[in-house]
Design a protein around this ligand. Structure first.
Ligand SMILES: [Ca+2]
Length: 182
């Protein structure tokens, strides 16, 4: 009888240890897959992806301050872009401003296509100054300076593009106008 009790206790302890091990494994590996942004994104981009802000949709969500840009004629699938630009800010501040409005920055193809149809869409001031035109940034080496930059469009025509500093060694950052998209 005594041996049986010890065997039962040993088996129960083994199950407890295995169960705890599985729980720790799930916490570390499965949990990290869900919670850690993947390479090439940041926390805001993760939010944009998960909230469907990069997914083309119908014109129904656009309000009077926005124009609906249809990706393919007759599809009623596209995105809403603000008709008027917002005052210049640093790139990360522009991203936060759009996020606070439930929106994001445009991507280059979206900005350029909207610009090419600015008259039809009722968009103002598309080719008068630089506007941020991406939610993403990349490392840049330019003129002896290293840092991170993001695309800008609109200084002179719809196709004329460049980039500006998100930040570099001296701490200087670019400031550009922008319009939010959803
Ligand atoms: Ca402009």
């Amino acid at each position: 009888m005594k041996n049986n009790k010890i065997q039962i206790l040993a088996v129960a302890t083994a199950f407890l240890v295995i169960g705890a091990g599985i729980a720790v494994f799930v916490q570390i590996y499965v949990g990290s897959l869900v919670e850690t942004p993947s390479l090439g994104t940041d926390m805001l981009n993760q939010y944009f992806m998960e909230s469907g802000l990069f997914t083309p949709h119908s014109s129904a969500t656009c309000d009077g301050t926005e124009a609906f840009v249809e990706i393919k004629s007759g599809s009623n699938k596209g995105y809403c872009i603000e008709k008027n630009e917002r005052a210049a800010q640093h790139w990360e501040d522009a991203k936060y401003t759009c996020a606070n409005a439930g929106k994001r920055l445009s991507e280059p193809f979206e900005w350029k296509f909207a610009c090419q149809n600015a008259g039809t869409l009722g968009l103002s001031a598309m080719t008068d100054n630089w506007e941020w035109a991406s939610n993403f940034s990349l490392p840049v080496y330019s003129g002896g300076a290293t840092g991170v930059g993001s695309p800008v469009f609109g200084s002179s025509g719809c196709s004329y593009a460049g980039w500006d500093w998100v930040g570099y060694g001296t701490g200087t950052e670019g400031s550009a106008a922008f319009r939010c998209v959803r």
